[in-house]
Design a protein around this ligand. Structure first.
Ligand SMILES: O=C(O)c1cc(=O)[nH]c(=O)n1[C@@H]1O[C@H](COP(=O)(O)O)[C@@H](O)[C@H]1O
Length: 224
């Protein structure tokens, strides 16, 4: 089985980012490049990381009208990402058009409820009923829109997996036992998420901020 860990490369310097990927490469299955990386280094930076040979997950969390998202999706074809994200709350037409505009070998997954939100945060944005119900609702919408899967926390992935048998599930908000949660609020261990059906485990700071990132990645791999 291939390694499900994608390193979240939320690192401001391109050279440091490349050095980090080289160090941990034997213990990860791919690299996730998000807003911080893309705003700092753009398409050029993505190419530089892609040259290191691991699959690229381009996490730009598109959320706009369908026409704009489809255009953005076409603009990133050239990067040949393995996975890209849109926000499920952009609605069905946006997700359908995003999928139609994506490259043949690119999985499009919908972010449901960010793992940094707890019940109180959600209530403040008008979402009552808790993360579980909201994630299940958005997962159903993503499936009907023809997406490949969703992004959710490890608290919900087991239930979503039961409802959407052949879905592809990306889980961030992961911490090894006893790890510092930081800004993440719905947190499980990498092993728990994998056992509940996660296909991709997104892990950033537990590896990138460790004193020895290669050893941290190796130790996480050993728990899987
Ligand atoms: O789409 C994501 O990747 C994402 C969704 C989500 O709900 N929560 C979440 O943390 N992420 C991303 O996953 C990574 C988690 O990083 P760490 O908390 O450092 O492991 C970050 O790059 C986030 O942008």
């Amino acid at each position: 089985m291939s390694n499900p860990v994608y390193l979240a490369l939320d690192v401001p310097q391109l050279d440091a980012a490349k050095a980090l990927v080289r160090k941990v490469a034997p213990h990860i299955g791919g690299v996730k490049l998000g807003l911080e990386f893309f705003c700092a280094h753009g398409m050029h930076g993505v190419h530089e990381i892609a040259h290191l040979g691991l699959p690229i997950f381009l996490d730009l969390k598109f959320h706009d009208i369908p026409n704009t998202v489809a255009g953005a999706m076409q603009a990133i074809h050239v990067l040949e990402p393995a996975i890209v994200t849109v926000h499920a709350s952009g609605g069905r037409a946006m997700m359908e058009d995003a999928k139609a505009a994506a490259g043949e070998n690119t999985r499009v997954v919908a972010v449901t409820m960010l793992t940094s939100l707890d019940q109180r945060d959600m209530e403040r944005t008008g979402i009552t009923g808790g993360a579980h119900d909201q994630v299940m609702r958005l997962a159903e919408l993503a499936e009907k829109s023809g997406l490949d899967g969703i992004v959710c926390s490890g608290k919900e992935v087991g239930a979503v997996h039961k409802q959407w048998k052949h879905g592809f599930f990306v889980v961030p908000g992961l911490r090894p036992k006893g790890g510092n949660s930081g800004d993440q609020k719905r947190v499980v261990t990498p092993r728990e998420a994998r056992d509940d059906g996660a296909g991709v485990l997104v892990i950033g700071r537990p590896i990138s901020k460790a004193d020895d990132p290669a050893e941290a990645a190796r130790a996480i791999e050993a728990t899987l």
